[in-house]
Design a protein around this ligand. Structure first.
Ligand SMILES: Cc1cc2nc3c(=O)[nH]c(=O)nc-3n(C[C@H](O)[C@H](O)[C@H](O)COP(=O)(O)OP(=O)(O)OC[C@H]3O[C@@H](n4cnc5c(N)ncnc54)[C@H](O)[C@@H]3O)c2cc1C
Ligand code: SF4
Length: 451
């Protein structure tokens, strides 16, 4: 019997142990020493390098690649960490094809960019394997800063603040730290418990204490923090999920894609995870791709992503879309969910309506299609849930549903900064969260030292 095909409905253990291990192995295996030297040799070490300008954390890419090519991976790692202390994770998860590698002159000239992401991973892996710490804390300033949320933004802020000698307390709602690095990033991008290893690496600088299981809005209010700390950084991410707004949405088997991915990331035994035989994912971003690909890798027979606009409008990069189709996922465009078809309260299919542009606006055409499904994932975007800010005294200014900040990450409240996905104006990428956390920390430091 072919693996993964014949168990009806939602079921666990669709594959053999070897198949699970193979399916969830590293998406881009690391370069070995020789491969890294060869790849680094392809770089032209451009003056005014476009790759560096495209990096949200402005890593000196030509310099770190040159350091690899001259046999100095430790120096290379320092160049990376100077700008991005989560350079190890970013090397694994950055959509480099739409950032540094998209503008690499070798991509432009030959359609084959220098593999910047894999080189970055090579250098950071060498340094982290040796637990090479590059930064010492400055003398204790006596200032205390609370960081809420231990995701990429919070961790980057905490590290930079600790470097300056401030005492940092990170308050994190969940049992583990790392934010979506731990609970969201696709399993095949972050293998071998790398998210936790990176948290340990970042906090090894000292001066950072992480308190897990403590949620803002539930266990303490923002006003408590502003009263007890000299400054507060909010790196809360997005915890709300957009609704499908389709009839029957509450049926069993209609699930939030982010929760499914979190469960998968935390599973000790992938064969214990249930997945449908026919899975439909609604959405067009990275979460949709990750839910679809991982469903397929868990042994689902048919996986279809349905997106309400065209291929070119999808938030997921072309690379991500190609990855999905290469794993056997079907992507269908120009259709939106209308009704979840349920039998005895359980999803049995989904009715979709074809869409088209009516002038500037997207509209349903009235023509419909039914797809059989025993599992439907909602991946139509997350939203900022301001509930945690309630009870904070003065309310914080928002913009388009997220926290409003100025160019340095200051919110409308004195002593309070914010960064990462929870602020308005970002692009919801790990690397951008790191950049915003780091930059807010610089601004906090200046404010605390009277600058
Ligand atoms: C499924 C999925 C896949 C993704 N894949 C990629 C990818 O491949 N590449 C990429 O660049 N980006 C990816 N992203 C986006 C990326 O993960 C985020 O942009 C990034 O994690 C944002 O960092 P952050 O620190 O702002 O938020 P988060 O990582 O969400 O961290 C926020 C932290 O705050 C905590 N928190 C929330 N509320 C409270 C509270 N009230 N009190 C205390 N703590 C709280 C949360 O528990 C969490 O730990 C993906 C996102 C998702 C959902
Ligand atoms: S653009 Fe490409 S070739 Fe030029 S420095 Fe960057 S990685 Fe090297």
């Amino acid at each position: 019997m072919a693996e993964g095909l014949f168990k009806e409905g939602i079921a666990a253990a669709r594959l053999s142990p070897e198949k699970y291990a193979d399916n969830f192995s590293d998406l881009h295996p690391p370069l070995d020493h020789h491969e890294a030297l060869v790849e680094s040799d392809r770089c032209y070490f451009c003056y005014d390098a476009p790759c560096m300008q495209a990096c949200p954390t402005s890593i000196d890419i030509p310099l770190f690649i040159r350091q690899i090519s001259t046999g100095n991976p430790i120096g290379s790692a320092k160049t990376i960490f100077d700008q991005n202390i989560l350079g190890g994770m970013c090397a694994r998860v950055c959509p480099t094809e739409t950032l540094c590698e998209e503008v690499c002159v070798r991509e432009v000239a030959e359609g084959k960019p220098v593999q910047i992401g894999r080189l970055q991973r090579y250098a950071t892996d060498v340094a982290m394997a040796q637990n090479k710490q590059f930064y010492e804390r400055a003398n204790n300033t006596g200032k205390k800063v609370a960081v809420v949320g231990a995701g990429p933004a919070g961790l980057a802020a905490a590290h930079r603040l600790a470097r300056y000698g401030h005492e940092v307390t990170v308050l994190e709602a969940r049992e583990k730290s790392g934010g979506l690095n731990e609970y969201g990033i696709a399993a095949y991008k972050s293998t071998d418990n790398f998210a936790q290893a990176e948290v340990d690496y970042v906090t090894a600088i000292g001066g950072i204490s992480i308190v897990n299981g403590k949620a803002l809005g539930r266990d303490y209010a923002l006003s408590d923090l502003t009263a007890s700390y000299d400054a507060v950084f909010l790196g809360l991410g997005l915890t709300g999920v957009n609704a499908l707004r389709a009839e029957g949405e509450e049926s069993d088997g209609v699930e939030n894609a982010v929760e499914f991915i979190a469960e998968l990331r935390q599973a000790r035994d992938l064969s214990a995870l249930e997945v449908g035989r026919r899975v439909v994912v609604i959405g067009g971003g990275m979460t949709a791709i990750d839910a679809a690909v991982q469903s397929k890798l868990l042994g689902a027979e048919e996986v279809t992503i349905c997106y309400r606009r065209g291929k070119e409008h999808m938030n997921a990069s072309e690379f991500e879309q190609d990855l999905a189709t290469s794993k056997g996922v079907t992507i269908r465009h120009w259709m939106q969910p209308k009704m979840v078809v349920a039998e005895n309260g359980r999803v049995a299919g989904i009715e979709l309506e074809y869409t088209a542009m009516a002038g500037e606006k997207l509209a349903g055409t009235g023509k419909t299609l039914r797809l059989e499904a025993d599992q439907v994932f909602k991946a139509i975007g997350q939203s900022f849930d301001p509930a945690s800010l309630n009870g904070s005294g003065a309310s914080i200014a928002m913009e388009a549903g997220r926290i409003k900040v100025d160019a340095e990450g200051r919110t409308s409240l004195p002593k309070v900064w914010a960064g990462g996905d929870c602020i308005f104006g970002g692009d919801d990428l790990t690397v951008s969260g790191v950049a915003q956390g780091r930059d807010a920390a610089e601004s906090i430091h200046l404010a605390l030292m009277g600058g």
